[in-house]
Design a protein around this ligand. Structure first.
Ligand SMILES: Cc1ncc(C[n+]2csc(CCOP(=O)(O)OP(=O)(O)O)c2C)c(N)n1
Ligand SMILES: [Mg+2]
Length: 683
């Protein structure tokens, strides 16, 4: 019998592996909810990978040069919780017992920030594998920028474990294609080929040969015929790491619910407790030494915990190397440290123009492109691109070079026509650390990447989205390309900062705010059409945008009867309407509201200052869905917007035909004022 790759006896290996199975099925049983079958099947892989192959330090989950591990198959969360606990991360047995309970560190699906050692939030299938591509890209970019001969300070692998569902989701196609094209040789996906999904066998819904598929993407594909065969798994992991020119897919054939006499290979093992009797029968079937819930054999635990010792040594060796690097390349070492800490370089914003004196009518996307160049010149780790719309989105960093196989330190990422993949990869770049990522597309296609935007918000990642062509103002491309509900629906995502700047000056502030943000994503809503610069000698400073909304133009006598609230390209319209209203004797205030998110964060006093509660006659104007404006205009307000699809015609015609005009705003103002006087008479 050949020796086990762990060097341990088959009995001890068995006890170690079964510890994962037992913790997983017991935790799910205790919680009366969860997914036992897949952790049970992947226990041998997890054991081998986390104790023998992966470079990680349970004592310091934040070690810069650790291998990244992504459990894309997030429902198998008990796999990662077992591995974290057993290898000695700060995750006590009690947390396993408290699986899925309020306040525990073991939520139903892995969540970034809740559990030490969890690298990303997973659960929506396909997102994790997308993150892993971003992480591998970040590793390669940082390695290219910082490594020097004899100093491989950034040098790690990225592993992702994925399931049938991950590979069925369209996003997996987008990112696997990107990874193949980018030749990400240090990316390794392990596909849990159990041929089971929730409804039954995969033959219900797929006939794809995944090996052929991934070979088509130019991946290196390996097979492990039996996912419990440690020697075969070991060989595959070695071969995967040895291949540095292509990403590797290891297809490992497993049996869901492995060890369970009655549920193995059955979809019932996927998402429900095995049941008390079956748990007992499984422990008996495994020959496990105890029926006691959550029992881990002390000898097995001791073996697992050697991972902590090994990890400490690995990091210490790296630390020594990094000190030598610091000695020889002080500035680089400092820069890498700052970048990994998410800090911006000193003076990063010194050259950003405030654009207060511009007199040119131009699109906010163009102003955004200009600010981007200035920021990029001072922030070397600002990297990103577009889903094939770079010239429209103005997202190309001039002189930044393409991020490609031949120029891995390039700064312009050609994401291809893969919005969803882009969203997931941006998250991965941010999760890895060291990179300030941004990505662009037309606002309408933000819908294609919404699940990843939502996760960026949930995880609090500082990603910037550059969404241009943000209304019917894009004109002739017609209703398929004209966003209507997108602005409001993005505002509905918790923690996502919206920025719909009105002119050049607000665009500069918007970019500053996006860059300054460290705890969540920002999207910029930018026009295709020109907007007239607001005369900042007459109107308030664009610095007001920092508070989300501000009084741009005060009513005569500083005593408004009415407030006009607008964002982006419609602020100009509000100013025109104000003039007309003032001319007929109605004192009207104009509030520019580029960010609902930021305005919502201000204290009541500030908000009341901008929108005095006693001024209830209000009009909102925005070229999009009116849904939601009631929040700021109240029940006496009137919203001017568009609650139907757009049409193909020049922009001016569309504004005219759809009634987003000065006349409509004035008429809405009269309606709101009339409603107020009716109320006053009744009172
Ligand atoms: C985007 C998305 N759609 C649906 C689900 C619900 N869901 C969870 S697991 C799963 C499929 C399970 O099959 P597989 O991915 O092969 O995992 P296994 O049961 O083999 O572990 C589904 C549909 C999800 N988590 N994410
Ligand atoms: Mg499956």
């Amino acid at each position: 019998m050949p020796e086990s790759p762990t060097g341990l006896s088959p009995e001890l290996d068995r006890l170690c592996i079964d510890a994962v199975r037992v913790l997983s099925m017991d935790a799910v049983q205790q919680a009366k909810s969860g997914h036992p079958g897949t952790p049970m099947a992947l226990a041998p892989l997890g054991y081998l990978l986390w104790t023998q192959h992966m470079k990680h330090n349970p004592g310091n989950p934040g070690w810069l040069n650790r291998d990244r591990f992504v459990l894309s198959v997030g429902h198998a969360s008990m796999l990662i919780y077992s591995l974290l606990h057993l290898t000695g991360y700060d995750l006590a047995k009690d947390e396993i017992v408290d699986f899925r309970q309020w306040g525990s560190r073991t939520p139903g699906h892995p969540e970034l920030g809740h559990t030490p050692g969890v690298e990303t939030t997973t659960g929506p299938l396909g997102q994790g594998v997308a993150n892993s591509v971003g992480m591998a890209l970040a590793e390669r970019w940082l390695a290219a920028r910082f490594n020097r001969p004899g100093h491989e300070v950034v040098d790690h692998y990225t592993y992702a474990v994925c399931s049938d569902g991950d590979l069925m989701e369209g996003i997996s196609h987008e990112v696997a294609e990107m990874a193949g094209h980018q030749q990400l040789g240090k990316l390794i996906w392990i596909f849990d080929d159990n041929r089971i999904t929730i409804e039954g066998g995969t033959d219900l819904s797929t006939a794809t040969d995944q090996a052929d598929r991934f070979r088509g993407y130019q991946w290196h594909v390996l097979h492990v015929g039996d996912g419990t065969d440690l020697a075969a798994l070991n060989e595959a992991l070695d071969a995967a790491r040895a291949e540095t020119g292509r990403p590797t897919l290891i297809i490992t054939r497993t049996r869901i619910g492995e060890g369970s006499p009655n549920k193995v290979d059955h979809h019932s093992a996927h998402g429900a407790p095995l049941g008390e009797d079956e748990v007992k029968a499984t422990k008996a079937n495994l020959g496990y030494p105890s029926q006691e819930p959550f029992f881990v054999d002390p000898d097995a635990l001791a073996e697992w915990r050697k991972a902590a010792e090994r990890g400490r040594e690995l990091e210490e060796a790296w630390d020594a190397g990094f000190e030598a690097y610091r000695g020889e390349h002080h500035a680089l070492a400092e820069e890498l440290t700052h970048m990994m800490a998410g800090e911006l370089p000193g003076g990063w914003d010194e050259e950003i123009e405030d654009f207060t004196n511009v007199d040119k009518t131009d699109a906010t996307r163009s102003w955004s492109g200009k600010v981007l160049q200035t920021v990029a010149s001072r922030v070397p780790n600002l990297i990103g691109g577009s889903a094939d719309l770079g010239s429209s989105n103005k997202t190309d960093i001039v002189g930044g070079g393409d991020l490609s196989v031949d120029t891995p330190d390039g700064r312009v990422i050609h994401f291809g026509i893969r919005e969803h993949g882009m969203g997931g990869v941006l998250n991965g770049l941010a999760l890895h650390g060291g990179i300030r990522p941004f990505g662009g597309t037309f606002l309408i296609f933000s819908d294609y990447m919404r699940p990843s935007i939502r996760l960026a918000s949930l995880m609090g990642l500082p990603v910037t989205y550059v969404f241009t062509h943000d209304s019917i103002g894009l004109g002739e491309d017609g209703p398929t390309h004209q966003p209507i509900e997108q602005v409001m629906s993005l505002r509905a995502i918790s923690g996502l900062m919206d920025m719909r700047p009105a002119d050049a000056a607000e665009t500069a502030v918007a970019w500053r705010l996006a860059m300054e943000r460290t705890d969540g994503p920002t999207w910029l809503s930018l026009t295709r059409q020109g907007v007239v610069p607001l005369d900042r000698t007459r109107f308030a400073s664009a610095e007001g945008a920092r508070k989300g909304a501000y009084v741009l133009a005060e009513a005569s006598g500083a005593a408004p009867d009415l407030i006009l609230i607008a964002s982006g390209s419609e602020v100009g319209l509000a100013l025109e309407a104000q003039e007309a209203l003032e001319a007929e004797g109605t004192p009207a205030r104009v509030v520019s509201m580029p960010s609902w998110y930021l305005f919502g964060q201000q204290d009541q006093a500030y908000r009341d200052g901008v929108l005095p509660p006693d001024v209830r006659a209000r009009v909102a104007v925005e070229a999009g869905s009116t849904f939601g404006w009631a929040r700021w205009i109240g029940d006496a307000g009137v919203a001017v917007g568009i609650d139907h699809f757009g049409a193909s015609a020049p922009a001016e015609t569309l504004y005219e035909r759809f009634g987003v005009t000065r006349e409509e705003v004035v008429s809405a103002a009269r309606t709101s004022l009339a409603g107020m006087s009716v109320r006053a008479q009744r009172a």
